[in-house]
Design a protein. Sequence first.
Length: 308
Amino acid sequence: MQVLITPRSFGKQNPALFDLLTAKGLTIVRNDTGSILSEELMCQKIADCDGVILGIDPVNAKVLAAAPKLKAIAKYGVGTDNIDLEACQRRGIKVSKTLGANSNAVADYAFALMLACARRLNLIDRRCRQKDWGKITSIDLYGKTLGIVGLGNVGKCVARRALGFSMRVLAYDVYQDEAYAKANGITYCDLDTLIREADVISLHAALTADNHQMISKERLCAMKKTAILVNTARGDLVDEEALLWALSQGEIYAAGLDVFKEEPPKDARWYELDNLVMGSHCASSTAGATESMGQMAVDNLFRDLGLD
């Protein structure tokens, strides 16, 4: 049997994961491009594979049609918006996720983006490298109101960090964990209330048809002028054209984005903003998280291929 491995960080911290796969008699097909695989390359590489350990590369209907032997997809992460789940279900292809493996890493990164945005760290760093020691006035994070959109595994980890900053925490989620919220002093509210009241809004929702571009121009205009938007989830949760406008016009204070609709974004305006901190979809890229995700993905693949 053959297995395609697309994430570039897979096995970097624990090369023995490759040995585990080969010890089960699996032939490994690697992503040797150094980047996310295109639809065309996915079709080529997955053609004879029984399984795939998948990053954010596309597994749509066309790719699945090119993989008649495919039995299992082990997502290296938790977002499945790059997978045609309905087509997988029709084919009987099992899809798994590495739930919880990278939650703390992503939460750390989300909080780092909040701090970097609030204190203008990227701008201060750049000017210091130009020998400009002028003072830049920024805003406080301590004691402010944090709005978490998606109080799942990652959202809860972010909420715990916010407690250390004495932040008031609001949350919006379609599925509410009332017991957890009560125990941790979190207040559920509707999305528009959260948008209006939060000083920092952090997105941790899975992308669905219902929440596509949920952060619209109208909602950006409803935010405080001093608000910070952080997105470590999916680029399509945000109307990017509207966000570019809001940042350039000072409608909100700043944004920290680890994800974009297209990565890297082609629009040159993103790279010119002083009130934007950009990430390369690397929130989960820590030594501990990649090792945990890798091991969990391998275990899930073995189970779903009947090799455990």
